[in-house]
Ligand binder design. Sequence first.
Ligand code: SME
Length: 158
Amino acid sequence: MAFKMEESKKLNRYKRIYNQLSELLPKSNDTLARMATVIAVLHHKMDYYFWTGFYFLKDGQLIVGPYQGPVACQELEKGKGVCWTGIQRKEPVIVPDVEQFPGHIACDPRSKSEIVLPVKDDNDEIIGVLDIDGKELNAFDKTDEQELSGIIRLIYES
Ligand code: SME
């Protein structure tokens, strides 16, 4: 389990990222710039992340936004996979093993686990998802869900 991070270390890492983003994001009012910054900081600070990015709802489709990691699917087949499940359930989805998730869309076979969190704008409308793939099975848990939810809120609230 080379990339499995100990819980207290993980929490401390998230707190530091949150503090860093609280300082960085207010430097621009542009939502896309803020999102790109969130992705860059998360992806480079969390070594168990394999792919980190946003998918945006556009005309009933999910289209890739700012991301870091290997080249990913630009559009996700409607109603299929983990990202669409997050949109439909309107809540975070944690997938310990992507191969066990029916309909999972594999953009890269090296992705082993996944977390998806719906992103709401300042009108409380879901505009897409934050999608993170893990290098190992079972990479994500409630700590990731809780801390990433707080980080997402910074995009519109800071
Ligand atoms: N696995 C996702 C597709 C996007 S990639 O993980 C980058 C899904 O099933 O929706």
